[in-house]
Design a protein around this ligand. Structure first.
Ligand SMILES: Cc1ncc(C[n+]2csc(CCOP(=O)(O)OP(=O)(O)O)c2C)c(N)n1
Length: 201
């Protein structure tokens, strides 16, 4: 059943408690605009147009940055494309990774075609079956408040499917140059030497 929560409010709530140790990987299209609407940051990496790999990029980052809290925020279409990632996340089991899916049951950015979650597919059940210990489907403000607490305070890996409504919204853009964004993110984490050509680590 389609959700009642507003995606921008959900993302603002998820990001409100963030600290400099919170690294955010946003999926393509709408979730990238949502994260940017809450404030551009050199600790955000937005996929913008790349689909299916958001969760697995979050996993790589969580492994290489074990002292940071990695938060993946993406859409149901992206998560469905990268569903196998959930099995790998569960088996690697990083304590510092949370995956939050903004589930509008649609490929919103490309015109609103229904995804599998509009049918019989339950992403939180898939995540649980993959072996992720903490999973939920979020439909209410109260449930959202609970998972904001777990994302920022409880061990992962965790997965939350957040049922949101379909909305036509503006598209605040993060920097769209992939090389620049990658360097900006690396410099924020590793220092100036991590820019193109300067990193030897
Ligand atoms: C490999 C690939 N296939 C298709 C697209 C086109 N595309 C861009 S956004 C999008 C929909 C994404 O849906 P979802 O992740 O559910 O996000 P929503 O916009 O609904 O929040 C699609 C299919 C793409 N960018 N890459």
């Amino acid at each position: 059943m389609a959700g009642q929560l507003h995606r921008r409010d959900v993302v603002a709530a998820l990001l409100a408690p963030r600290t400099p140790d919170t690294l955010v990987i946003a999926g393509l299209g709408s979730s990238a605009w949502d994260v940017t609407a809450s404030g551009d940051s050199d600790r955000n990496f937005c996929l913008v147009g790349g689909m299916g790999l958001t969760a697995i990029i979050g996993l790589g980052l969580a492994r290489t940055q074990p002292n940071k809290n990695v938060l993946v925020i993406t859409g149901d279409g992206d998560m469905l494309m990268g569903m196998g990632s959930l099995a790998t996340v569960a088996n690697v089991a990083p304590r510092n990774l949370s995956i939050c899916v903004l589930d509008n049951e649609l490929f919103g950015e490309t015109g609103g075609q229904p995804t599998h979650t509009a049918g019989v597919t339950d992403l939180a059940a898939i995540a649980k079956g993959a072996g992720i210990p903490l999973t939920s489907t979020v439909r209410t403000e109260g449930e959202l408040k609970t998972i904001v607490g777990s994302v920022h305070n409880e061990a992962g890996p965790q997965f939350h499917a957040i049922k949101i409504m379909h909305e036509e919204l503006d598209s605040p853009k993060p920097p769209l140059d992939g090389g620049y964004t990658k360097d900006r993110f690396r410099i924020a984490l590793l220092g100036e030497a991590a820019a193109v050509g300067g990193f030897r680590g």
